[in-house]
Structures are given as C-alpha cells and as structure tokens.
Design a protein around this ligand. Structure first.
Ligand SMILES: *[C@@H]1O[C@H](CO)[C@@H](O)[C@H](O)[C@H]1NC(C)=O
Ligand SMILES: *[C@@H]1O[C@H](CO)[C@@H](O)[C@H](O)[C@H]1NC(C)=O
Ligand SMILES: *[C@@H]1O[C@H](CO)[C@@H](O)[C@H](O)[C@H]1NC(C)=O
Length: 436
C-alpha cells in the first residue's frame, strides 16, 4: 500500500511552480486534488473516471461544455482559414525523428501474457518439461481459455503472449525435434487464443537465450539447434496469419551482441524457410530486452542487420520489455516512472530515424495508485507514437495467482469475471481507447 506521504509527494511531483500540471502528469480524476490545468502545449485529457493527464497538443473543442457552465450565448467558432497556408516561406525543418506523424495515436495491439507453460524456466535457461503447468483446466491449471475469452469480450484485448519453455516443447531433448505429446498441450492454448477472436497470438520461447546455463551460439546450444527448434515451430503454424513468432524471451548477459544477432538471424531464416513467410517475428536484444538500453547497449545496431531471406526487413519487429518499479525488475508493487524520458522517447526517435518498429511484450506493475498513474502514462505515450510502437502486453495472467504482485489474473464468480484494478484502469483497451 502506498503511504499518504508518498501519495502527496507523487501529487506534488507533477506540479510546476505556477501550479499547472506538467506534460504527462495527472490533471484530474475522482479523488484528485492537484492541479487541473496543464502547462502550455499540453491538454488535460480524460483517460478514465479516475485519471486525466496532460497530453501534448492543443485543446480541440470536440465536446461541448456541460450545460450548467454555459452562462452566455455560445461563442461563434473561430473562422477556419479558407485557403491553404502559404508555402512560400522557409520550409520547416523535417529532420527530427522525435515527432510522431499526425497519423499516429492508436496502437495495433494490447494484450496480456497467459503464463504457465514457462513455469520452472529460470533465467539461466534451466527448465524441465515436467515443471511446466498448462494454464488450461483440462490439464489442472487455471482457465486460460476462459480468461482470454473474457479479456477479448469484456475488455477489448486483441493479443495474447503464450510463454513456453524450449525444454517443454522437446521434452528435455536439446534440439529441434518437437515432442508431439507436449506440443498438443501447448497447441491447445494457442488454438484457444486464436479462437478467442484476437488479432494475434505470440508464441514466446521463454529461455533467456539459454538452455541449461549455456548461451545459444556462445558456448551453449548451436545456432543450428536453435534454428531447428524455430523451423519446427514455424512448420506447425506456417499457414496461420495470426501467429507472431517471439524468438526468445529476455536474453541477458550475452557477451557478444553481434554474435547473438547471428543466432537471431538463424531463427528468422528457419522460420521463413519453413513457409511462415509473412508473419511478424519479434527480435530480442540484450539486457532482458530492456527498452531503455536497447540502443545504448548495442542491441539496436546489431539486430538492425537481421533480414528476411530476401534481404528485406518486412515484419521483423524488435521485442522490448520495460517495468516501472525502481529497479526495473517487475517484482515490486510500486511504480516510480512512466519510462517516457529514459526509454520510450529515445527509443521512438531511434526507431523512426531507422524506419523500424518495436513491440512492448512485457510490462506491468502492482495494483497500486502509483502503477495506475505511471502505466496509464506509458500506454498513452506508446499510443501517441503508434507509428513505431505496435502495442503492449501486460505481465501476467494464466496460472499466476491473483495475489501475485504483478497478477493480472481475473477472478470468476459464476459467469462474471472481475479484473484487477491495474488491468481495469490502464491495460484494458476498452478503458484507454488506445487501440486502432
Ligand atoms: C514425449 O513426452 C512424453 C512426456 O510428456 C513422454 O512420455 C514421451 O515418451 C515423449 N515422446 C517421445 C517420442 O520422446
Ligand atoms: C540494463 O538495463 C537497466 C535499466 O533498464 C540499466 O540500469 C542497466 O545499466 C542495463 N545494463 C546494461 C549492461 O546495459
Ligand atoms: C552491453 O552490456 C554488456 C553486459 O551485459 C556489456 O558487457 C557491454 O559492454 C555493453 N555494450 C555496450 C555497447 O554498451
């Protein structure tokens, strides 16, 4: 629980000396006692009943003020110019990649991770097939299928990420030979995802660039073994346009990022050569796919060289994660940042300058007031930059207990599902209205 002192500090944090809320700061909502006007260049925009924030732009008179505040005749609208603005003046500099195009504003995807098949996978890549816990009632797990149907029908989500351990897929045999018994179980979740009515389902191999402590291509599995795995998975889903291939969850402490990019290239080539020629493939960088250090740590430049077999980069999208707690670990209930200045703004600029896109496939926080503020701000910013950001996927539901600190697992009573407060306030597309 956030303390009253912390709350007042957070409240003051968004205020400038003239008591106007700063860009991205809160400016209204039930219970809000801080500034309700925004600094110049931003406009107070309602996100939900509990949260309004200052968003870059100028006020557009899209809705009439409430009748009770109208005291005189409605002012005539300002005349709109009837002729096109002069083009004879000096051209405005267009070199900046910092500004999204006017067409940006709506994300393609918003979703939730449905975890369980990855249970038992440690960050050193050690996993056992038997530790996986399918998030499906027929395998004694939570009702992942019911969760996804609820998320789509009641919240408007349109993508799910379905983590699975490499060891589960091959039943603990290193290489690319899929164990059909195990795959049938995982595929039941994939099919439930597809049948829920989503736009896409992400197959995520949740191994941290490793198999049992060995790093792929750098002492551990060979690129050929990794490529064989992806060739096998892609063969299964080659004809399904809703599948997105998540090459690897959270590589970290990979010594040679350029060598890692070669391993990623091997996976991409295998996926395309298996007949999955057009689906989106997610390319993961170093440092836990950190959005903040994607460029500075060299992942951006290394992965920017990965191509399809025809030399194009079509539908090759960077995979980035970001949490909002003080150590970016995604283990703390309180959030301290919206990541905009440190991560999303510089990343957006790099992506735009380089003609690339990224997908934030893990983010989230506790069910706390601080996370409700910062995660709403982050999602809003991503939508403002939707030309370079495809969307976000919250961590996590599936087999997580609703009491898990980052739990997004809805609870069911009869036929009624209830969401956690963070899902309701900041992740559900029906609340934020950030989806295209
Ligand atoms: C596949 O995995 C199951 C365990 O889920 C195991 O009993 C079976 O022997 C494996 N099949 C092969 C062909 O290795
Ligand atoms: C990894 O990212 C975190 C923040 O996301 C940063 O504090 C840390 O310095 C990064 N490490 C490297 C090696 O880039
Ligand atoms: C990226 O991080 C690794 C540690 O994970 C470090 O050894 C390396 O020097 C960093 N590279 C750059 C370009 O910052």
């Amino acid at each position: 629980m956030i303390s009253a002192v912390a709350l007042s500090v957070l409240g003051l944090y968004g205020l400038s000396v003239n008591a106007q809320a700063t860009e991205w700061a809160q400016c209204g909502g039930i219970g809000w006692t801080g500034a309700t006007t925004c600094v110049s260049g931003t406009v107070c925009s309602k996100i939900n009943d509990y949260y309004s924030q200052c968003i870059p732009g100028t006020a557009a008179p899209t809705t009439a003020p409430p009748a009770s505040t109208v005291t005189g005749p409605t002012p005539a609208p300002t005349a709109t110019p009837t002729s096109a603005p002069s083009t004879t003046g000096p051209a405005t500099p267009s070199s900046s990649c910092a500004t999204p195009p006017a067409s940006a504003g709506k994300l393609r995807f918003a979703g939730v991770n449905i975890a369980g098949f990855d249970f038992g996978c440690n960050s050193d890549g050690s996993c056992t097939a038997s530790a996986a816990w399918p998030p499906l009632t027929e395998y004694y797990g939570h009702d992942g299928e019911g969760q996804m149907n609820h998320f789509v029908q009641n919240d408007g989500f349109n993508v799910f990420r379905l983590p699975v351990g490499w060891q589960f897929l091959t039943n603990d045999v290193l290489g690319g030979v899929i164990n059909e018994t195990n795959f049938q179980k995982y595929d039941a979740l994939v099919q439930a995802c597809i049948n829920s009515g989503v736009a896409a389902c992400i197959v995520d191999v949740h191994n941290y660039a490793r198999w049992d402590k060995g790093i792929i291509g750098q002492g551990g599995p060979t690129d050929d073994q990794f490529a064989a795995l992806w060739g096998s998975i892609a063969t299964k889903y080659a004809s399904n346009s809703k599948i997105i291939f998540g090459v690897m969850n959270e590589p970290h402490d990979v010594p040679d990022i350029n060598r890692w990019a070669q391993s990623v290239q091997a996976a991409v080539t295998a996926i395309r050569n298996a007949g999955a020629t057009s689906q989106t493939i997610l390319l993961p960088g170093n440092n836990w796919t950190s959005a903040a250090t994607f460029v500075s740590n060299g992942s951006a430049d290394a992965l920017n060289k990965v191509t399809n077999p025809d030399g194009s980069k079509t539908n090759l999208v960077f995979d980035v994660h970001k949490y909002l707690d003080f150590d970016n670990s995604g283990t703390n209930a309180e959030c301290v940042t919206n990541n905009i200045d440190d991560a999303w703004a510089p990343l957006a600029e790099w992506l735009r300058c380089n003609g690339r896109q990224a997908f934030n496939t893990e983010t989230g926080g506790g069910n706390t007031a601080s996370c409700q503020q910062f995660l709403c701000e982050q999602a809003q910013f991503q939508a403002q930059n939707s030309d370079v950001f495809l969307g976000y996927v919250g961590w996590a539901a599936g087999n997580f207990d609703p009491s898990y600190v980052l739990g997004e697992t809805p609870t069911q009573s009869g036929s009624v599902w209830s969401d956690t407060s963070l899902v309701k306030a900041c992740l559900a597309p029906n609340t934020l209205r950030l989806l295209a």
